[in-house]
Ligand binder design. Structure first.
Ligand SMILES: *Cc1c(COP(=O)(O)O)cnc(C)c1O
Length: 427
């Protein structure tokens, strides 16, 4: 684990040893979020192996589902990943600063006057509308830029993408060559449901149209789609959530490794009498003399208020001194009360860390208590944790939000590649 005492990151005090300084720096935070880059790499390798001979890309939109797009891109690129997907040009810019070589697609599509941005950082729009395509063509013709673009075809999501008829209309262009289209893709509606009839329907539609894009690589599968079998894998797969440990096969055991560990600090231990209530609204009442641990994380940190408990309903659990203990009362903005009455005396003390995610508490379990899916748990992870990256062969000092600007830069920023002339046409 790298928690390097970088003097730029951790304020030094002449009064304390280096260790005490680091401990003091960590104590400035209510929680510590650890992202295991080796686990992300292992998950990517597993998906790659499942999809071979298809290429395995990585979807790192929304700051790599809250795990840190720059760190994840660097680690996966080192592991051999050559293609990344993000949602916006701004996300692409950050990823490009971290990894100069790989292909980056922007799922959000093309907007007028954004061509220069695409060219500047050498990334590719995922075009999902004929107007976008026309505007992109104008930009490319005017500037001679030929960095490539993907065509997104809608096969049932009715979100982004050309209709099948619109896609059909551009086949002559594909056949004429010199088309600048580097990928044709669609997106699955219900891939996590093995037996959904929508899967086969989308597969048939996509297979038909993709086969007419001769010579253009095709991509359909997200994380769950990879596990629907080889016919869904085409030339490239686009996993996101599974990389970060979310179960892509909710009807079966999770084949992925957990990636995120979240710990929170106990700021106070208190004892209350039977009949006393806890927290806002007094919705939870002690049924026995009760010992509480108050921890310094709340809904502002992405620990949803939906995980609260009351006299009628159990809420989420956290692990204190190796044992599961329930949330007592409402989750508040910065604090949560935990019922630790069943722990041995003195097992938990002020300053100890408790585990909110990890030690068997999965992102999917929390999602259940939050009334959502693992995706939203991850993308909601707060921004006031101390962030620690381990593994990935990437030296990452402890990242403090106050120095976020500095931390976003790679240790020695590689130059962004700016091709002087457009890259050669894809054949
Ligand atoms: C987000 C996204 C993915 C990744 O989906 P997961 O379910 O997280 O694997 C793939 N393709 C597209 C178009 C997406 O928007």
């Amino acid at each position: 684990m790298t928690m390097a005492s970088d003097p730029k990151m951790i304020p030094q005090s002449g009064l304390l040893s280096a260790e005490a300084n680091e401990a003091a720096a960590l104590a400035a935070f209510g929680g510590v979020l650890t992202v295991d880059l080796d686990a992300i790499i292992a998950n990517w390798r597993k998906l790659e192996k499942t999809a071979v001979p298809a290429e395995c890309s990585a979807v790192i939109k929304a700051d790599a589902y809250g795990c840190g797009a720059a760190q994840v891109a660097r680690a996966l690129h080192k592991a051999g990943c050559k293609t990344f997907f993000v949602a916006t040009i701004e996300e692409a810019r950050k990823v490009r600063a971290a990894v100069p070589e790989p292909t980056i697609y922007v799922l959000g599509g093309y907007f007028q006057n954004t061509g220069e941005h695409y060219a500047q950082i050498n990334c590719r729009p995922v075009i999902g509308d004929l107007n976008e395509l026309a505007e992109w063509d104008v930009f490319c013709r005017r500037t001679g830029w030929n960095g490539g673009a993907a065509i997104h075809i809608d096969t049932g999501m009715n979100r982004l993408g050309l209709t099948l008829a619109e896609a059909q209309a551009i086949i002559p262009r594909i056949n004429a060559g010199d088309h600048g289209i580097t990928l044709v893709m669609s997106h699955l509606v219900s891939a996590e449901q093995l037996n959904s009839p929508v899967n086969a329907k989308q597969l048939a539609s996509f297979r038909g149209i993709a086969s007419e894009f001769s010579g253009v690589p095709a991509a359909l599968a997200n994380s769950s789609g990879i596990f629907l079998g080889a016919p869904f894998q085409f030339d490239l797969v686009r996993p996101g959530a599974a990389l970060y440990g979310v179960n892509p096969t909710p009807e079966a055991d999770n084949p992925m490794q957990p990636v995120v560990d979240l710990k929170a600090r106990i700021v106070q231990i208190r004892n209350i009498e039977r009949g006393e209530s806890v927290g806002y609204g007094g919705t939870w009442t002690a049924r026995r003399p009760t010992k509480l641990a108050i921890i310094a994380v709340g809904y502002a940190d992405g620990y949803f208020r939906a995980a609260s408990s009351n006299d009628g309903t159990r809420g989420a659990e956290v692990i204190v001194a190796g044992k599961r203990c329930p949330v007592a009362g409402r989750v508040s903005m910065d604090l949560i009360a935990i019922d630790i009455t069943d722990l041995p005396p003195n097992a938990a003390r002020r300053g100890h860390m408790v585990t909110l995610i990890g030690e068997g508490i999965t992102v999917d379990e929390l999602a259940h208590h939050f009334g959502t899916i693992g995706y939203e748990v991850l993308t909601s992870l707060g921004h006031r944790y101390a962030r620690v990256y381990k593994g990935g062969n990437v030296e990452e000092p402890l990242t403090l939000p106050s120095s976020a600007q500095a931390a976003e830069q790679p240790p020695s920023p590689p130059p962004v590649e700016q091709p002087a002339s457009p890259p050669p046409l894809p054949s």
